[in-house]
Design a binder for this molecule. Sequence first.
Ligand SMILES: Nc1ccn([C@@H]2O[C@H](COP(=O)(O)OP(=O)(O)OP(=O)(O)O)[C@@H](O)[C@H]2O)c(=O)n1
Ligand SMILES: C[C@](O)(CO)[C@H](O)COP(=O)(O)O
Length: 236
Amino acid sequence: MKDLLTVIVPAAGAGRRMGFGKNKAFITIRDIPLLVLCMKMLAETGMVRRVIVVTRAWEITETELMLKEYRDRFPGLSWQVTAGGRERQDSVANGLALVTDESGYVAVHDGARPFAGTEVFARTFARAKECGAAIAAVPLKDTVKIVDARGIVVSTPDRSSLCAVQTPQIFEINVLRKGYDFLKEHPVAVTDDASLVEASGHPVAVAEGSYENIKVTTPEDLLLAEKILEKQSRSE
Ligand SMILES: Nc1ccn([C@@H]2O[C@H](COP(=O)(O)OP(=O)(O)OP(=O)(O)O)[C@@H](O)[C@H]2O)c(=O)n1
Ligand SMILES: C[C@](O)(CO)[C@H](O)COP(=O)(O)O
């Protein structure tokens, strides 16, 4: 059991940048809801024992009904649905509160990243077993600038030491708990879970992610998501 992951899937966002006025978990790509595609991908890794899906409190019933309706797409996966919070970090904290001690390792994986795939999970899990904490990431394709409030470039960081971070982010359970305990003592806004683990003083290893592991965020991502789904379905 220690070799299987408990996965917290934050899926309690508002989808503001998508602009459809609804949670992206319910947006469909080729008629399949995004959250269902994510569950299917998790089941296919063969590395997952349990999924804690975090959704908006008023969408718990709708989420449960949707997962029941599509459960044939992710056979063998057990899941539970719980309520999220105001920010992503609050949603993950709520999911983490349900993780039991026998879990060993916990992955946090965005509900909006349905294409991560088995290889990315395997690489990240392997690094987490070595270091206690690991994240998937890819090299940046663009140059990055630090820009001030007036829209003037302040500096250009060396791109060779930067990477674009994805999920999964996988942690030994007590390492992630320590990160979230740190948050209780030092309230701060973060954009990923590893930031809290870093702040608590634990090293975080980086594993090779994938450019297909997009976070479906803005409408243009839907076109790309369709293409990636088509490609991944062809190679099944
Ligand atoms: N309070 C929140 C905010 C976000 N998320 C989840 O965190 C993931 C990454 O967030 P993002 O892509 O930013 O989703 P949204 O918050 O829905 O998007 P936006 O910021 O455009 O509203 C998503 O699966 C989202 O549902 C969450 O569980 N709880
Ligand atoms: C966790 C994450 O997906 C890593 O890239 C990202 O930081 C989430 O950011 P969002 O603004 O909540 O989508």
